[in-house]
Design a protein around this ligand. Structure first.
Ligand code: HEC
Ligand code: HEC
Ligand code: HEC
Ligand code: HEC
Length: 484
């Protein structure tokens, strides 16, 4: 939920500049997975409540129910609905015995003199275990509910929007079958941003899940014709502009320490990556010139139907936080930490002295590597990896099981019990984070070699929403582990 204060501020700024700003979310905002481990329920549901409070402050108009939102159980989501200032929408999550929907199937809004209908669909693709016998609930196929919804809303809405957590292929089929739906916002668990794609008279778009983006779709809607004009080169133009922005930013990072051709002159791999970016930038600029020309020609020759432009805003660290939502996030994370602290055992345990400290699997801690790999150990001490747990302590988040796996060693895939009670020696991003558990190796080096990490090892933690922009060769060079 770390990015919410920035998203809130963006939304506020947008509302100050424009009228008719509608905030919608197609779901999967509460939990990342469809199942949550029992020992994490307290922390995760506390987080979910904080998210809803933040969404209330942000005046969301509607949120779709995705499968992940049901991870703490249907009764939990129904209780959260009571605290939500916005409707949760699902036309197809219904009572097994009566067929009655548990959430509103749709909502009608009036904005800028226009009637807007928003329908929600929950994906039924996935394990059956999501709903229990006691829930008396079933997620119906979209074919069974959508025709009725569309018939019901016909004539009542100038613009019909669908919030869908179905897979992309299904949304495409829905668009092909129902040109009455003007816009599909897809979500759930589909990775990546998707600029609007037009199928007949339906646009499909999505914003990366749990990511650090806000998707802003600027729609000029002709309520008479209710038709999108052919987007032509405009779409592609925006995509390319975004690409150029990203590239410039990356290039800027390389230039931070001075002229890269000098700074990295002994690091051929880094330099090659940098040169490749410059080449790509040149090609992009040329493409942009011809696309802009095509777009201008088109604008001259066409009367306006309904049109749109779209952008994905990155929630960069430098962007301002909204104070009210920041306060909610801070109150929530300290509550989450408090809950974790209660669940953790004696935190004063010292790894070597007491057996309460947990070393999962075959982990032993970085201290055990020092005697033989003095060089690497010394270098490692100078990196922030060696302080990663301290960073959490500094933020009062060292008992937050949602933060710990990336800020300690050996916690991925472990139970909350293990994660909260890790030995002192594992409370940093230590050697074994990258080289794998190495207790046997440290005892008898001849018995086997630890593994050598690859880019994928890093990406487990250096994900888009935690590291603005991870460039492997550059990051690797900064580690100083391995030959250099
Ligand atoms: C008792 C000394 C000793 C300790 C302690 C020790 N190592 Fe090693 N390590 C070695 C030796 C010797 C080699 C070289 C083995 C070879 O080349 O066959 C080695 C090799 C390695 C390699 C390179 C493997 C490769 O593919 O070339 C890595 C990585 C490594 N150790 C990591 C660790 C880590 C992590 C720890 C702590 C958990 C550790 N070592 C503890 C002695 C030690
Ligand atoms: C278990 C999670 C994890 C893995 C795996 C991981 N990192 Fe990190 N990395 C972090 C965290 C957390 C920080 C920030 C620590 C802090 O500031 O408290 C960080 C910081 C860094 C930094 C900044 C270091 C500095 O001193 O300025 C670099 C560079 C880096 N990582 C590179 C890598 C590379 C390269 C890999 C893969 C070979 C990698 N990391 C793997 C979690 C990880
Ligand atoms: C998916 C892995 C991951 C998770 C989960 C994670 N972090 Fe991090 N964190 C990182 C990485 C990677 C960095 C280093 C980023 C960089 O160097 O740009 C980092 C850096 C940081 C930093 C220092 C840099 C900064 O942004 O100020 C803080 C503070 C931090 N994390 C706090 C947290 C907290 C609090 C949580 C839990 C709410 C958390 N992290 C969860 C991976 C993670
Ligand atoms: C963030 C990831 C990361 C951490 C943490 C890390 N290493 Fe490495 N280490 C690497 C990478 C990457 C290589 C180079 C692999 C290659 O060359 O393919 C490497 C190489 C090595 C090697 C091979 C010999 C060499 O220097 O070329 C040894 C030994 C080693 N590391 C030991 C350690 C020890 C001991 C620690 C802890 C003090 C540690 N590493 C911490 C990523 C890491």
């Amino acid at each position: 939920m770390g990015g919410l204060p920035k998203k809130a501020q963006q939304l506020l700024d947008l509302r100050e500049k424009k009228t008719g700003v509608l905030a919608l979310d197609s779901g999967a905002l509460l939990f990342k997975e469809e199942k949550i481990p029992p020992e994490q329920v307290l922390q995760l549901t506390a987080t979910a409540q904080g998210i809803v409070s933040a969404y209330n402050k942000m005046s969301f108009a509607a949120v779709g129910v995705a499968r992940q939102d049901l991870a703490a159980g249907l009764p939990f989501l129904l209780s959260l609905q009571q605290k939500s200032a916005f409707p949760w929408l699902s036309a197809n999550l219904v009572s097994r015995t009566q067929g009655k929907p548990y959430f509103k199937p749709h909502t009608l809004l009036n904005m800028a003199g226009m009637n807007i209908a928003v329908v929600g669909l929950t994906s039924n693709h996935g394990p059956d275990a999501l709903l229990t016998e006691k829930d008396n609930a079933v997620i119906l196929p979209w074919e069974e509910v959508l025709p009725r919804e569309i018939a019901l809303l016909k004539g009542r809405a100038d613009l019909l929007i669908l919030l869908s957590s179905f897979p992309a292929a299904i949304n495409k089929r829905i668009a092909e079958k129902y040109p009455e739906i003007h816009l599909i916002l897809q979500g759930g668990n589909i990775p990546g941003n998707l600029p609007p794609k037009q199928i007949n008279n339906t646009l499909i778009t999505q914003v990366e899940q749990q990511g650090k983006f806000v998707g802003i779709l600027d729609v000029r809607w002709n309520t008479q014709a209710k038709k999108w004009e052919d987007p032509g080169p405009e779409n592609l133009l925006l995509e390319k502009k975004n690409e150029l922005d990203r590239l410039d930013w990356q290039i800027g990072r390389y230039r931070k320490q001075g002229e890269p051709r000098l700074v990295f002159k002994d690091q051929l791999e880094v330099l090659a990556a940098y040169e490749a970016m410059l080449g790509q930038r040149e090609r992009l600029e040329q493409e942009l010139v011809s696309l802009t020309a095509a777009q201008n020609a088109k604008n001259l020759g066409q009367a306006r139907l309904s049109s749109f432009s779209n952008r994905f805003e990155v929630m960069r660290k430098e962007l301002p936080d909204n104070p009210a939502v920041l306060a909610i996030v801070q109150a929530t994370t300290s509550e989450v930490n408090r809950l974790g602290k209660l669940a953790a055992k004696d935190r004063a345990v010292n790894s070597l002295a007491q057996n309460k400290a947990i070393f999962p699997d075959n982990y032993t801690g970085s201290a055990a590597c020092q005697s033989c790999h003095t060089q690497q150990f010394k270098k490692w001490l100078t990196t922030r990896h060696a302080l990663a747990y301290g960073t959490l302590e500094g933020k009062g988040q060292q008992f937050n099981a949602q933060c710990l796996p990336c800020h300690v060693t050996g916690a991925f895939g472990q139970s909350g019990e293990v994660v909260l009670n890790l030995a002192n020696d594992l409370r940093q991003v230590g050697c074994e984070t990258c080289h794998g558990p190495s207790r046997q190796h440290a005892l008898r080096p001849q018995s086997g070699k630890p593994s050598q990490p690859t880019r994928e090892t890093c990406l487990r933690c250096h994900t888009g929403d935690h590291d603005n922009n991870f460039i492997f060769p550059e990051a690797f060079a900064r580690l100083g582990c391995g030959g250099s």
